[in-house]
Write a protein that binds this ligand. Structure first.
Ligand SMILES: [Zn+2]
Ligand SMILES: [Zn+2]
Length: 285
């Protein structure tokens, strides 16, 4: 239970007076565009959001994993917690791969063989049966409120990445997937972190210019080829990241192919450095 409390992230104090960074009073074209984008992913399911509010008021809080009654909202029951594996600090200093035993080497074999373009990639939990179930329910719109819990885990697991970040960039979805799911799960998580820690969120700095076919059966190098050229930072938005330390936000780090592709574009646009923070990380055995 102690570990559960630690991962609620309550010990990390949100910024004083932190609130929405993007307000209607910011009238530059890019800010206006961001405003529209923020509203665009808020409004698609008004009925769902309304029902969620009604449920919060009249019904007791439910576990985000199995819907049994729990003491506080946006959390899990002990059984669902027990299925999660938090990532310990013993991990590759670059890609965050957990080491199964204490070792002196700071980097894993993969990062020694091929250095990633990002500085640090970190995740809160291992992608296993327990976390997959939660992330899938979140991704497909059943439990959008899970974004708050995931944001807390991510901050608690890697406070140094939050402290160092100048701006947050959520990994964009392609239009077809955005239309199908009606919201970008990475943007929703980034919005919570940005609001709580007073870090600007750049919702439209990176664009997905090409849809990528399903990558389930591909090897890491095939995945990297598959997503190469899928992202771009439009010329008009390069200034948003120039000289900045960017924290890229996503839900799952699988082979790192997406993180590699987006980071390369951010580096090309002039970012000072890019870190990556995800809710879960696939660990192949
Ligand atoms: Zn549960
Ligand atoms: Zn590594």
């Amino acid at each position: 239970m102690l570990r559960v409390m630690a991962y609620r992230g309550d010990h990390i104090k949100p910024a004083e007076g932190a609130g929405e960074h993007i307000s209607p009073s910011n009238h530059t074209p890019s800010k206006l565009r961001q405003n529209v984008r923020v509203r665009a992913f808020r409004t698609p399911w008004p009925a769902k959001a309304f029902l969620a509010r009604v449920r919060d008021v009249i019904l007791p809080s439910q576990c985000l994993g199995c819907a049994i009654v729990v003491e506080s909202p946006d959390t899990l029951c002990p059984d669902c917690w027990a299925k999660l594996v938090m990532i310990s600090p013993a991990a590759c200093q670059c890609c965050g791969l957990p080491f199964s035993f204490e070792q002196d080497a700071p980097l894993c074999g993969e990062c020694i063989r091929l250095t990633p373009p990002f500085t640090r990639a970190r995740a809160a939990v291992i992608y296993n049966d327990g976390s997959r179930h939660l992330i899938m329910a979140f991704k497909h719109g059943d439990r959008p409120e899970a974004a708050r819990l995931f944001a807390r885990w991510m901050v608690a697991s890697s406070p140094e990445l939050i402290a160092d970040a100048d701006v947050l960039v959520p990994v964009p979805l392609d239009t077809k997937r955005l239309f199908k799911r009606r919201f970008n799960q990475a943007a929703l998580i980034a919005k919570h972190i940005g609001r709580d820690y007073d870090i600007p969120v750049l919702f439209d700095t990176v664009e997905r210019i090409r849809a990528t076919p399903s990558q389930g059966h591909l090897s890491p190098s095939q995945r990297r080829r598959n997503v190469a050229g899928a992202f771009a930072v439009p010329k008009s938005r390069k200034a948003q990241v120039q000289g900045k330390r960017v924290l890229l936000i996503d839900d799952v780090y699988t082979t790192g192919a997406t993180a590699w592709a987006v980071t390369r574009q951010l580096n090309k646009a002039g970012a000072r450095a890019v870190d990556v923070l995800t809710t879960a990380r696939v660990v192949r055995t």
